[in-house]
Design a protein around this ligand. Structure first.
Ligand SMILES: [Ca+2]
Length: 164
């Protein structure tokens, strides 16, 4: 009985530590440069820029024919339940930028109105928030592609939070 009490206490404590370390309500975090980049996307390292997180940035361009085929995929996103979540995309944009978003192979959504931040070395990043639907379980996928003919933002990090 006492053993069980300690087990529960320890588990609760561990869950609290894990909860604090990933941030309250946060279900996912991934650096863009650590996600799955296909079709010869361009990974801009961000050089020695201190305003990014992780080791770099992903820049898929968009302005050259064929750039629309580039895909940055965030796979195996684990959601605790089916429903609405808030996606927070940390980025840099030095001019008007757009990005195509697909969640779980669904409809393409074009994200626009990225507030301009300048390049990474010029100042802090900004966060683009967008509400998405995820399914319960670890099989959620979010893909991002350039809108062909338009510059993409420099992608730094993707975080997902529960909305309640
Ligand atoms: Ca990064």
């Amino acid at each position: 009985m006492i053993n069980d009490f300690y087990k529960v206490a320890c588990m609760t404590f561990l869950m609290l530590i894990i909860g604090v370390s990933v941030g309250f309500g946060q279900v996912y975090t991934m650096e863009a440069e650590d996600a799955d980049l296909t079709n010869a996307g361009v990974n801009a390292s961000g050089g020695g820029c201190a305003n990014k997180s992780g080791s770099g940035l992903v820049f898929m361009r968009g302005t050259t024919a064929g750039d629309g085929d580039r895909v940055l995929a965030f796979n195996s996103i684990d959601a605790p339940s089916t429903g609405k979540y808030t996606m927070k995309l940390t980025y840099f944009a030095s001019k008007e930028s757009k990005l195509e978003l697909v969640v779980n192979g669904g409809t393409k959504t074009v994200l626009s109105d990225f507030e301009l931040t300048g390049f990474c070395y010029e100042g802090p990043s900004n966060v683009y928030s967008f509400e998405i639907d995820l399914n319960e379980g670890a099989n959620n996928t979010i893909t991002m592609s350039p809108v062909e003919g338009v510059t993409s933002p420099y992608l730094d990090k993707l975080e997902i939070f529960s909305t309640d």
